[in-house]
Design a protein around this ligand. Sequence first.
Ligand code: GLN
Length: 273
Amino acid sequence: MKPLKDVLKEIAEEICFTDADSSEPDWIACHVLGCGRASLRLIRDVEDGKYREMLALAKERATGKPLSQVLGYTEFLGLRICVNVDVLCPRQETELLAEQGIIYLKSKKRARALDLCTGSGCIAVALSKFSDADVTASDVSQSAICVAKGNAERNGVKINFVLSDAFDGVEGIYDLIVSNPPYIPTADIETLDSEVKDYEPRLALDGGEDGLDFYRIIAKNAASRLSDGGMLLLECGKGQSEEIINMLSGFDCNVIFDLAGIDRIIKAVKKSV
Ligand code: GLN
């Protein structure tokens, strides 16, 4: 037996040369002990076997592999979302996008929602879990669709998945379209942290020369795919919102800033004609 507080300290030392944040030793311990973070405080000692398991995970994390890939999952709006190398790990900022979508869907009855570039499916799963909407989700990657399907099943929601490049294979009219498309300018990808550029799929990051390729496609098609008064919610990168809003003629747009003060979400309502 080893005192948990010593084990947590040892894990922290093991992973201190990575980009790990201070909560990661706790998450590793929770994973191995099968408990939530609040209950962790009630545990005094750790059995040797569990200690070795924790240390093995810490060593894997110390190689620079992101914690979500070491554990195989992360949390998104309190839901467990499994991830692997085929999908982008859900980010905290994206919870803001999903929350806005949920608020909108809750104001309607059985609305139709579409999540483009669904990746792990985190947004689509959250929309479906926390509203009564019919949710469709698309991605160009078959492997991502597989991950997203698994996440829908594990979270007990039914989503209509479509293998499609943006709108190409998607049919129908929606009340809400959400997307967190790839938005990193191609040349900037090499400058990203190793945990992103070496472990996350380029397909999920690369937004073309200026990072805005997907927004152009979305701006061109969204109005014809939305019902009157329908809403478009887009996540974007720092400083991109102005240019994206300029593409969205026919929409009333607002920007929502994230906790770091970055223009992160564009909320665009289709103007009635
Ligand atoms: N929709 C997924 C997410 O927000 C994937 C996004 C992407 O691959 N660009 O995490």
